[in-house]
Design a protein around this ligand. Structure first.
Ligand code: NDP
Length: 433
């Protein structure tokens, strides 16, 4: 904490992983001897840069850009870019730290990183977003590449932004280096299932939890926070599996639709006009808007936090438990506070942490890199099948590792230990570098 003052979210993410590692260090003293934990907590490289750009009125605007290249023991740095006014070093470091272990869990050869800027794309025109992305890439390009660091999207960075970023990279370097960014459009090097992957993957993970209890999504009531990329695709997959999503949200409030959300209408409002969930409530009979509210007070069997960090606190956990929720699987990164996790787990709710449950996005990004490297493109069905296999394998590894280290059924310990040991072994093998 003294070494990284003020980086609250990073401290929280690091503490959460370190708390699981006691039994690991007892079994493998070589990790402690070689200072592996301290080395993993220190990013290999942190880049902070100025991003000047001009708005539509010709005024000069200034933002701060970040890329934290945390660990590359397993492969090139990999992790998304977040454009949101709340972005500062503590957020980027928490996300980059989580990414190391998440990427290890996928079993694919990728290191961990994260980046972004305190730029708010909301209310900005396409031309403004393009100029911002071009300026951001004018600095970032010198730090990234197919073999060094491969950014992708996150909050505020979707297909539109990846397009502008890739265009500027191509222009500056004079290279069509498809593998430098993932989340690209299908006609210019993107992969099938990448937009769907995080949401679908989270649902596949929750489905595995249900399956181990001899159950399924059929007829289940589900609430999901957020209404962005992850949330919308989670809703889609749950409806395909026979579940009913009855609430979702944005930062202005939640919408409850007991008949089950009409995904086509929601997509049209969110993607078509960049609208709000309040617009959905206004357009749909029987739906109600909870201005300033959240989805956690709505009775459900399963809850998927898919919006942002620390959005589900103790009071929310109590409401979920009181209303009979049995499973919480994190589609977002660190959305559940540590105190809320303790309450949920103590109450017997099956809790799947983001670094396992939302790893489908980065896993499919690694599949996009594979397709780019072989100048190939796979079908939707084949790519989705690969995603499903990866999520099942992460689920099973978490449970097997939790068993091995004496905490059966504990997905948090299982994910932290399995991710950590895989990276730690590589760090040891590569020597003191
Ligand atoms: P988007 O920008 O597409 O969507 C974010 C959604 O969350 C928006 O609906 C936003 O609403 C909402 N939101 C933000 N803050 C709050 C809040 N305080 N309360 C309620 N809703 C809020 O981002 P993604 O869907 O891509 O990412 C969501 C989460 O998933 C993040 O934690 C991200 O790190 C994580 N993730 C994403 C991956 C991906 O592949 N995209 C991969 C792995 C994890 P509003 O419009 O009002 O801001």
């Amino acid at each position: 904490v003294a070494r990284n003052p003020g980086e609250r979210e990073f401290h929280q993410a690091a503490r959460e992983v370190l708390e699981s590692l006691g039994p690991v260090v007892r079994k493998h003293p070589e990790y402690a001897d070689a200072e592996v934990i301290r080395r993993l907590c220190e990013p290999e490289r942190q880049i902070i840069f100025r991003v000047p750009w001009q708005d539509d009125a010709g005024r000069v605007q200034l933002n701060r850009g970040f890329r934290v290249e945390f660990n590359s023991a397993l492969g090139p740095y990999k992790g998304g870019l977040r454009f949101h006014p709340s972005v500062y070093l503590g957020i980027v470091k928490f996300l980059g730290f989580e990414q190391i272990f998440k990427n290890a869990l996928t079993g694919l050869p990728i290191g961990g990183a994260k980046g972004g800027a305190d730029f708010d794309p909301k209310g900005r025109s396409d031309a403004e977003v393009m100029r911002f992305c071009q300026s951001f890439m004018t600095e970032l390009y010198r730090h990234i590449g197919e073999y060094t660091d491969v950014p992708a999207g996150d909050i505020g960075v979707g297909g539109r932004e990846i397009g502008y970023l890739f265009g500027q990279y191509k222009r500056i370097t004079n290279r069509y280096e498809s593998g430098v960014l993932t989340g690209k459009g299908l006609t210019w090097g993107g992969s099938q299932v990448r937009p769907e992957a995080t949401g679908y993957g989270t649902v596949f993970f929750a489905d595995e939890i249900l399956r181990t209890a001899g159950d399924s999504f059929d007829g289940k009531r589900v609430v999901i926070s957020g209404s962005g990329n992850v949330a919308l695709h989670a809703i889609e997959k749950i409806h395909q599996l026979g579940g009913r999503v009855i609430a979702c949200s944005d930062s202005d409030g939640a919408v409850v639709d007991e008949a089950g959300l009409d995904l086509e209408l929601l997509k049209e409002i969110k993607n078509g006009h960049r609208g709000r969930v309040s617009d959905y409530a206004a357009a749909r009979d029987g739906a109600r808007h909870l201005a300033g509210g959240t989805v956690w007070s709505v009775p459900c069997d399963i809850a998927l936090p898919c919006a942002t960090q620390n959005e589900l606190d103790e009071d929310d956990a109590k409401a979920l438990i009181r209303n009979g929720c049995r499973i919480v699987a994190e589609g977002a990164n660190m959305p559940t506070t540590p105190a809320a996790i303790r309450l949920l787990v103590d109450a017997g709710v099956r809790f799947a942490p983001g670094k396992a449950a939302n790893a489908g996005g980065v896993a499919t990004s690694a599949l996009e890199m594979q397709q780019n490297a072989s100048r190939d493109s796979w079908s939707f069905d084949y790519t989705e099948q690969r995603l499903g296999e990866i999520m099942r394998s992460i689920h099973d590894r978490c449970l097997e590792t939790a068993d091995e280290y004496g905490t059966p059924g504990d997905y948090v310990a299982g994910a932290n230990i399995a991710g950590f040991t895989q990276v730690a072994d590589a760090v040891l093998a590569l020597g003191v570098i």
